[in-house]
Design a protein around this ligand. Sequence first.
Ligand code: G3I
Length: 314
Amino acid sequence: ASFNEQMAAKGKLYFGNIVDTNTIVENGAVEILKTEFGMFTPEYSWKWAFIQPNQGEFKFEDSDKVMEWAAENGKQIRGHTLVWHQNIPGWVDAIADQATLTQVVRDHINTVVGRYQGRVYAWDVVNEVFNDDGTFRASVFYRLLGEEFIDLAFQTAQAADPKAKLYINEYGMDYAGPKIDAMLALVSRLQSRNVPIHGIGSQTHLTSGRVDEVPAQLKRLASTGLEVAITELDIRVKRPVDDEKLAQQKQEYELVTRACLDLPSCVGITMWGVSDKDSWIPSTLPDFDAPLLWDSGFGRKVAYQGVDEALQRG
Ligand code: G3I
């Protein structure tokens, strides 16, 4: 049975991965995407810079390709992402007054969420709002609107697609520290303000050797009463990669898969890539490599067995 089918057999919603206009045409990748996974997150084409590069100029050609591929293959989509400090076009970053920014955020979310209304399982409505020390990033959104930019984004998204689950997504919440503490406090404030938030995405970009706190921290996120999801899983290995390190990586993938299986409110796991050669890691963090389950030739690594063994166990 596929990863996705095994997750469903365990009462979970999905095992997912990323997809985009590059991988839907890549031999090797596309067979694995179709076979193993049921939920897909667009890696880049649904981000602001790609969808609304200039004010009022919406480019949906690539995002539509992703949505049609998912529909044709009976797959579900997680929309990623509406409000983020990265991949924001210059014209948005340059906005200097609250009223204009509010209108621009409303227009973007209404247009993008509206286009795929009823066809998206969940949206990462806001992404990576905190610095590592738990303070708010000084994005144009926070600088002009304060933390209420989050309320605005969620309320607009809910009106545009009442069916979609609305998530806040963040990395660096895999261990105790100021970032996860800030997230828990923020979610509590949002809930007290009746902001329509349904889930917390813990990206779970991990470093091999530092994964042991994942189960406990995921439980803390679930204590909010919201859905939780592992949204961008990869486990990078310090170069030089060798068999011993890959064996450790296998154990770590088993631990993380079990962390979701053992947590009732964890709805699913999304990997951030299929083959090591397509991962964002080596180009962004050159001291690390081999973060995924398939090698550069789309052969299964021992890490694949780690996920499979977690899914097989009672
Ligand atoms: O497709 C264009 C190409 O036409 C253009 O010539 C080229 C040069 O600018 O850019 C290409 O787009 C790149 C895109 O990846 C596709 O390769 C963008 O520049 C590049 O910024 C983009 O990187 C993505 C990055 O987010 C920023 O959006 C990565 O694929 C993606 O893996 C990464 O994913 C993020 C999550 O969204 C949030 N969490 C962290 C994660 C890793 O950084």
